[in-house]
Design a protein around this ligand. Sequence first.
Ligand code: GAL
Length: 496
Amino acid sequence: MGFVVAVVFCIVVSESWSLQSLTFPKEFKFGVATAAYQVEGAWNISDKSESTWDRLLHTHPSLSDDGSNGDVACDSYHLWRRDIEMAVELGVDMYRISIAWTRLLPNGFANYISEDGKRFYNNLIDGLLEKGIEPLVTIYHWDLPQSLQDLGGWANPLVIDWYSDYARVVFTLFGDRVKTWITINEALVICDGGYGKTWVPYIDDMAIGGYLCNKHVLLAHAKAYRMYDEEFRPLYHGKVSISNVFFWYEPETPEDEEATKLTIQMWEGRYAHAVYSKAGGWPPEIEKFLAANSKREGYPTPRLPPFTQEEIDYVRGTYDFYSLNYYTTRLVRRVKPEEAGSWIFYGNKELGIAIVNDPSWPMASFDWFAIHPEGLRKVLHWINNTYGVSNVLITENGLPTYDASLYDFNRVSYIKSHLEQILLAIKDGINVIGYTAWALMDNFEWLSGYTVKFGLYSVDFTSPNRTRTPRESARFYSSVTRTRSLNTTRHGLNYY
Ligand code: GAL
């Protein structure tokens, strides 16, 4: 036993020593991220139309913790020059933004393109490029035109065409300058959240609508990817992927191991297997499990709609890299069906599991947010082992706090410990190609409103010009981007 402890200790010590000397590869890109509804504001300026978020929070303000919404947010619609300046101060290579569908195509359909929307995104993209910062653009980050929601949104198969028509406009207008694209952000939140009644469109129909959404979201992504591949890649040589949020899961006890594997497939595989695996389609264990549930409930066909072989071939392989959002790790406990929680993740109920926290891991502001940086390295290995995909772009990672202080040493330590895990994964042979920290600045954190802070920059939401001020984490991050290592100092001391 003593020997085992000594060996483990040596490994830990030798890893942490070697970390000091590790540097990020030359091609590794550092970045920061935001999303349109969370920062832009100007919700009804010019001809912009109403999105699902506008509708939900205007009609049900009490759904957000402080009764607020994204009407003004960081006012980046007007203050985008300052945002670019901040990205320059941080020394980043990339800035991940998203496009508001309702700002560019106010009808939701591609028959009419807003001049104002076009001008806004052209200015932002050109402004970044002038400073040598690459715009990384998410085409859809949750703000569906309300007019399309009224027609059934992501549960209607026509959304595949609505979305791909929109994507075509985006590729046509900005494809000459944007070289990295995310088609859709976190489909799990769109479907499981949206139809699990915890997110827009706030509908309680995960059992049917949520699974229709699963299929349509993957086909919409694939259609946009194939369109890019055929029509735009030969001209612009860019890269396209879909971003997935991946909580790492571990069994609470050895008895929970099988349930944990299934949970990972339910959570991640349901949105990744069709795209990244060699076989394509739904993860077989999930398809089987859900088909059995449907049968037991008396449905004549599985609630998770099967793919045809043609659809499997169409979706499979539609990626140029893996876009990964990682925040936390949780434990899985198998429970009786009536004890299963539902939360945003409907799978709990469907699988008969509860998601719990390891008491030894520190917690952040949210009760689901356990801090476990090692989970990131495990996720990177899982992706590599399961799909044979090694080039991963980490498109989100960051720490929520209720504390708005500029001295956010907990955020420094969160980012640093996750970057350490990335360095170790790179050393293991995984090709992590970049990291965009969430978030450039405090912003509208969805149903937490402005109560929760994620920013490297703080934002004064009471000032008309939404004053942005760098936090300690911004200083830390800029020293990382400049030294391309974690061997950073503050006032000459190895402070961090
Ligand atoms: C992600 C989401 C972001 C941001 C972040 C922090 O799931 O894509 O928009 O809100 O979580 O909670």
